[in-house]
Each structure stands twice: as structure tokens, then as C-alpha cells.
Ligand binder design. Structure first.
Ligand code: 13P
Length: 257
């Protein structure tokens, strides 16, 4: 059975002081939660401080991005090796905001996915259609292209595959307050799973698929209650510790009934 996973993507929010303030309170709010992976992806500069505060908790540290080289003359970039040193375990790759505002293309995303496996980081590959693509019925075509281009051209060993997470984040649902419907998100998750199976066979059934886009405590279980959705990638609702804790506790309660 795939373990549920909820990932906080703080984007470019929170100073170091604000991030640490959150982390002093948050573990206490989810102390009763078991068997759900909770991953916090703060801005890079908060990673070292949070890794200290998270010691002794079951929370997991993630990064929002990285470069694909180990080191070199790449001004302004952060390498997988540097992330590993701090204790980062997950890294978000190919978020739609990076594709849109920082011109990340398929080749760059593929290299980052390969580098994350090479350095023992678990990639969270983000895919999803924008409003125009959805309106012209291109959702499946876009997702197929995004998945295959990100994973083409390098060989993965069987044990590496289940470490990958795929996040379906329809661009039109991000930060808008209007999420996809649970059934629609499940239909896309089934499609993503069929693509992964097409490429890797049965072992890909161990890959976790998340939904992201306007997830809140009130709607999270519409997604996590589906057979093929194994958790969520959460922006806005992960910024306040009580709201994020409500969201995680809702997933935990649902799993126990
Ligand atoms: P919101 O939850 O704010 O819609 O953001 C979703 C997202 O982009 C997470 O990566």
C-alpha cells in the first residue's frame, strides 16, 4: 500500500524568523498523526535552521528547486549535493511557476530529475495543463508530453522508481481558490498511472501521485479519499501552522475510519 504524503510548498513566503516560528509550533499540532509523510519545502535560506528544529520530529525536509550540477560556475544556483548536506530528502521539480516565470523547459526538468536520483533525492515531478490547454481538450496530451519528456533518456533502476512522486497541479487551479473536482483529479491520476505503467510496468504502481491546486482543510479528503491520489502538494494552506495541521489531521482522521 502506498503511504500518504502531504507536501507544503511555501514558495517565496516567510523570512527565516517566520519559518522558524512556524516550526516551533507546528510539530505539536500534528503530534498525533501517524503513517503520513509530512514534507516541508521552505525557501532555500530557511533549510538549515528548519533542519535543526525538525530533528526529533517525523517531519521531512524538502526543497522547491535545485540545479542539476554538483558544483561549478553557476551563479545563484543550489546543487543537489548542498541539499543533501542539510538533510533534504525531497525536491520539487518542474513546478508550473518555474516553467512559466523562469523558462524551465523539458530538457532542464529532465536533467533535474536525473540529478535528483543520482544524488539520492526523491523528486516530486509537477505536471499539469493551463486554462487554454484545458479549454481545447489538450489535458491528456500535455500531461503525456510532460511525463515522458521528463523521464526519457536515462535508465532508472527498479528500486529508484518508487521514490519518485508525481504531482498533478492544473495551472488554472493554483492559487485561485478553485480546485479541480475530486473525480476529475482522480481521472487524471488514473491516466498518469497508466502512462507510468506503460513505461515501467507494475513497479510503477508504487509511485505516489499527488493533487495540488487550492487544496484546503475543507476539501483535502475529496482528493485523498480517491484510490489513485496519494496526497497533496499544498501552497497557501500550508503557510499557517494551524490551517496546515487541520489539513493533515483531516487526512489522518479519514484514514482511520
Ligand atoms: P495553492 O495551494 O496555493 O493553490 O498552490 C498550489 C501549488 O502550487 C503547490 O505547489
Amino acid at each position: 500500500m502506498r503511504q500518504k504524503i502531504v507536501v507544503a510548498n511555501w514558495k517565496m513566503y516567510k523570512t527565516i524568523a517566520e519559518a522558524e516560528d512556524f516550526m516551533k509550533r507546528f510539530p505539536g499540532e500534528v503530534s498525533g498523526v501517524k503513517d503520513i509523510e509530512i514534507v516541508i519545502c521552505p525557501p532555500f535560506i530557511s533549510l538549515p535552521g528548519l533542519s535543526v528544529l525538525m530533528k526529533g520530529t517525523s517531519l521531512i525536509l524538502g526543497a522547491q528547486n535545485m540545479y542539476w550540477q554538483k558544483e561549478g560556475a553557476f551563479t545563484g544556483e543550489i546543487s543537489p549535493l548542498m541539499l543533501r548536506e542539510i538533510g533534504v530528502e525531497y525536491v520539487i521539480i518542474g513546478h508550473s511557476e518555474r516553467r512559466k516565470y523562469f523558462n524551465e523547459n523539458d530538457l532542464c526538468i529532465k536533467r533535474k530529475i536525473a540529478a535528483s536520483f543520482a544524488y539520492g533525492l526523491n523528486p516530486i515531478l509537477c505536471v499539469g495543463e493551463n486554462f487554454e490547454q484545458r479549454s481545447s481538450n489538450e489535458t491528456e496530451k500535455i500531461i503525456r508530453e510532460q511525463i515522458f519528456s521528463a523521464l526519457e533518456g536515462f535508465n532508472l533502476e527498479e528500486h529508484q522508481l518508487p521514490k519518485m512522486v508525481v504531482a498533478y497541479e492544473p495551472v488554472w487551479a493554483i492559487g485561485t481558490g478553485t480546485p479541480a473536482g475530486g473525480d476529475d483529479a482522480e481521472a487524471i491520476a488514473i491516466y498518469i498511472r497508466s502512462l507510468l505503467r506503460e513505461k515501467w510496468g507494475e513497479v510503477s504502481d508504487q509511485i505516489r501521485i499527488l493533487y495540488g491546486g487550492s487544496v484546503k482543510p475543507e476539501n483535502i479528503t475529496e482528493f485523498t479519499g480517491k484510490e489513485n491520489i496519494d496526497g497533496a502538494l499544498v501552497g497557501n494552506s500550508s503557510l499557517k501552522e494551524n490551517i496546515f495541521a487541520d489539513l493533515i489531521n483531516a487526512v489522518f482522521r479519514e484514514r482511520r475510519v
